[in-house]
Design a protein around this ligand. Structure first.
Ligand code: PEP
Ligand code: MG
Length: 885
């Protein structure tokens, strides 16, 4: 028999798949003996069954009523008992946290009768009616589908009528009246009455939470966070405790360390006389948690003790939600807390020092994406004026964009490429699309745990919240701060690390982490923490990390960033600029002599390029790829040329002979699908002298470096091989030139000759190709393009967003390796290549070489190294280390 319900006393933290994150951790806290209001969890499996069958799972109602009986017995009172009702909260809790995305219903068990009982038992009539009011509102909108704005409007009308600004100004009679208004509203909108049966309330609330898994905003959040759609949510049913019973009650959120910086101390927000929802919604401004030490020292000390217990138990930063009911502390939730990249590195280093975790565990807890974020620049605050406003630094980084005042406008502008900052009083889950589209989020209300802060941090998006000096006026689409008015579309700068907002576009400066990589400067604790993670990653990784670089400057930078060589030196960039003329001459040559002349002129320039790069990478391998792109890329645009010639003719001037020749060549070389045309090795085989010139330049650079006392390690790589025959022919030519240069110079030049594997046919015949190749390097850009049949230059704009929306893939296959298809080809080529040539050296030099998830794949596939752009080198080192754990 499938079991759908577990009491908190029955589960533990390893059951998160079944009980959801929240349920598993409530069970764990219960087991640790912490004060958790009793309750039970309905499993994710029940939700999945409900969502697939569309009806309540058989036996669920029975299990819920059994568990409820247990709760009632322990409490000594019944759900909705008229004189002293047991009340319950019903909350979602998925496997992965989805803050604010699904539904919560509080105060289940109140009805027209038990509200009176609650008034008596609590001795607080206003509280009882306010609780009932909240239930009717939440139940009405969540379960019965009445628009939440209708309730808000009714509340606003009543406040206006009574002349009060705040709900605290409404008394018990007002709230009782509001309950009646709400009930009428529900009846008008649905034709149904608000249910007076507590059991029915409970049952319907549970199903509504199941249903909220498929709410639009929840789907969007999952897509963005790559959370699978078929997990479902668990539902936690828990005895209510009240933080809104007066000044000796309250609710708060606590972190065992600062989730923004990772520093130890007391971090969190507290709101007296409020329920947890009020804290998270940022409805009133909270006070810092240590204030609680003054307000209620006893509860504060107990909370501190529990924080220590939880951190030691979870061996990580925990975040905690708690409520104090008439002085008594209750723990409502804990989990290993989300954190910024800065905090992740700092905490990993500190917990390792404290002996709580091993260096391997520390490394597992940081990641390449976070590292990349820390390498971003910050604002140069010495060069900007006074901030417009200050707020809470909720999610670090620096962002510049035009202020916009609603989610739709943010999306609209971002779609046409404008950078925007979403400015709101506070955000709700409905603002999610705008937050995704914006560079930064700025709110005037709410603390570090407000919706804006939590969601932005999760996305790695810059956020300043609770900037109280800002008066947001969404109707007139502007905000004012001090004396300044900022209209929609005006550029502002948001500093999420310092919590400041500046007018205009503030200048940016490099990060300390970047300085560390650039110049080994240890400037602060964060840099030390990053350095330690990098050192450990380098110790444990098996994959080598090289860089894609084609200038001495890039090579030198890559080396400072820890590259162990160059995995791809693209030579085409060396054919641009003022050398274009020589390339044109080579292409236009009518005779061998003309071509020879052009190539001879190019030779010393190429040699000089290679000498510089080999010097920068002295002692390390430098894989030089022979020319790859179609030659017409080096010629002027066909239409432009035709227009130039036509214009000359129209003006009666004689057409330029050079232009006419160029147009002729361009027309001759025109291809409908140049990416599948005359490029790569094909070019070398049909353009006489090109390979020889490039190889000679490499070989002579090697000789020059050797003579200068260096240790040059050039490797020659042939692009876009389909068949071993192509490689065999090119290799003969290459070897001949190497032999010639060796004889001429008296210096033996012996460069390994290898090939790229970037076409499916090459991958599938890798065993044959390995007979001629001394190394392989996967060109996963072309391999992805040709395996999927997607043009790498067009698809992102053409249809990828539709594919992502439809969930055909979760991430572009040009960004993260498609393990199933392209990855399979890689595996085949590795296996067959090494079978034919044991010990064959294999790397990857497509964009995927610097993508964290792909690095793990390449490690598992048994590659020797990854090669990526210089700035990704630290990311690849870190991830290569993590892959080896
Ligand atoms: C590749 O195709 O993956 C590659 C590295 O070559 P390019 O991007 O220059 O085509
Ligand atoms: Mg390629």
């Amino acid at each position: 028999m499938v079991r759908y319900v577990y009491a908190f006393t029955e589960g533990d933290r390893d059951m998160a798949d079944l009980l959801g994150g929240k349920g598993a951790n409530l069970a764990e806290m219960t087991r640790l003996g912490l004060p958790v209001p009793p309750g039970f969890t309905v499993t994710t499996e029940a939700c999945r069954t409900f969502l697939t069958t569309g009806s309540e799972p058989v036996g669920l109602a029975r299990e819920i009523s059994d568990r409820l009986a247990g709760l009632e017995e322990a409490a000594g009172r019944c759900l909705g008992q008229p004189d002293d009702p047991l009340l319950l909260s019903v909350r979602s809790g998925a496997r992965f946290s989805m803050p604010g995305m699904m539904e919560t219903i509080l105060n289940i068990g109140l009805d027209d009768e038990s509200v009176q009982g609650l008034a008596k038992s609590s001795g607080n009539e206003r509280f009882a009616w306010d609780s009932y009011r909240r239930l009717v509102q939440m139940f009405g909108s969540t379960v019965m589908g009445v628009g939440s704005n209708l309730f808000e409007e009714a509340m606003a009308d009543l406040k206006q009528d009574r002349g009060v600004a705040d709900d605290l100004g409404l008394d018990a009679a007002d709230l009782a009246e509001l309950v009646e208004t709400y009930k009428e509203l529900i009846h008008q909108e649905t034709g149904e009455s608000f249910p007076q049966s507590p059991a029915e309330q409970l049952q319907r609330a549970v199903l509504a939470v199941f249903q909220s898994w498929n709410a639009e905003r929840a789907r969007l959040y999952r897509r963005r966070e790559h959370i699978p759609d078929d997990l479902g949510t668990a539902v936690n049913v828990q005895t209510m405790v009240f933080g809104n019973l007066g000044p000796d009650s309250g609710s708060g959120v606590a972190f065992t360390r600062d989730p923004a910086t990772g520093r130890t101390g007391v971090y969190g927000d507290y709101l007296a006389n409020a329920q947890g929802e009020d804290v998270v919604a940022g409805i009133r401004n909270t006070v810092p948690l240590d204030e609680l030490g003054r307000l209620n020292p006893e509860a504060f000390d107990r909370l501190r003790d529990h924080m220590v217990t939880l951190e030691a138990h979870y061996r990580d930063l925990c975040d905690i939600e708690f409520t104090i009911e008439r002085g008594r502390l209750w723990m409502l939730q804990t989990r290993v807390g989300k954190r910024t990249a800065e905090a992740a590195f700092t905490i990993a280093a500190e917990l390792t020092d404290e002996g709580l975790i091993t260096a391997d565990e520390g490394l597992a807890r940081v990641g390449g994406d976070g590292l990349a974020r820390l390498m971003f620049p910050r604002f140069d605050t010495s060069a900007v004026g006074d901030p417009l406003a200050h707020g809470i630094p909720a999610s670090p980084g620096a962002a510049v964009g035009a202020a916009v005042f609603d989610s739709a406008e943010a999306v609209r502008r971002a779609t046409v490429g404008e950078k925007v900052v979403l400015v709101r009083e506070e955000t709700t889950p409905d603002d999610l699309p705008g937050m995704v589209a914006a560079q930064a989020v700025l709110t005037s209300r709410g603390g570090k745990t407000s919706h804006a802060a939590v969601v932005a941090r999760g996305m790695g998006k810059v956020c300043v919240c609770g900037a109280e000096e800002i008066m947001v006026d969404p109707q007139r689409r502007r905000f004012t701060a001090g004396g300044t008015t900022v209209e929609e579309g005006t550029v502002i700068s948001v500093d999420g690390s310092e919590g400041a907002v500046y007018p205009g576009a503030a200048p940016l400066i490099d990060s300390a982490v970047m300085k560390y990589f650039e110049a080994s400067e240890h400037t602060d604790g964060l840099v030390d923490a990053v350095a330690r993670a990098m050192e450990h990653a380098d110790r444990v990784r098996r994959l080598g990390v090289r860089a894609n670089a084609d200038t001495p400057e890039d090579a030198a930078r890559a080396r400072r960033f820890g590259a162990e060589g160059i995995g791809l030196c693209r030579t085409e960039h060396m054919f641009l600029g003022d050398r274009r003329q020589l390339v044109e001459a080579m292409i236009l040559a009518r005779t061998n002599a003309e071509r020879e002349r052009a190539l001879t002129a190019l030779l010393p320039l190429q040699r000089q390029d290679f000498t510089g790069i080999l010097e920068a990478m002295d002692g390390l391998p430098v894989t030089v790829r022979l020319l790859d792109p179609p030659l017409h890329e080096f010629l002027p645009d066909r239409t432009e040329l035709a227009v130039r010639l036509a214009a000359a003719e129209a003006h009666g001037s004689p057409p330029s002979e050079h232009d006419a020749d160029l147009l002729d060549a361009v027309n001759r070389m025109h291809e409908e699908n140049p990416m599948l045309g005359l490029r790569g090795v094909r070019l070398g085989l049909v353009a006489p002298g090109l390979v020889a010139m490039q190889v000679r330049a490499i070989a002579e650079a090697v000789v020059e470096r050797r003579r200068a006392g260096g240790d040059p390690r050039a490797e020659i790589m042939v692009p876009l091989i389909d068949t071993v025959e192509e490689l065999r022919l090119v290799r003969q030519e290459v070897e001949q030139v190497l032999a010639d240069v060796s004889t001429e110079s008296g210096v033996t030049v012996d460069c390994p000759i290898g090939t790229m594997i970037e076409l499916p046919r090459a991958a599938l015949t890798a065993g044959r190709i390995a007979e001629e190749a001394q190394f392989f390097s996967f060109g996963t850009n072309d391999l992805t393009q040709t395996t999927w049949g997607f043009s790498r230059d067009d698809v992102e704009a053409a249809f990828f967003s539709a594919y992502l929306d439809k969930g055909i893939f979760k991430v572009s296959p040009f960004e993260t390796i498609d393990r199933e298809g392209v990855g399979r080809l890689v595996e085949i080529a590795v296996a067959e290549g090494r079978a034919a040539r044991p010990g064959l050296k294999i790397g990857v030099c497509g964009e995927h070489g610097g993508d964290p998830e792909s690095v793990h794949f390449f490690h598992a596939a048994g590659l020797d190294y990854v090669s990526c752009s210089p700035f990704r080198v630290p990311v690849a080192r870190l991830e290569a280390g993590r892959a080896a754990l």
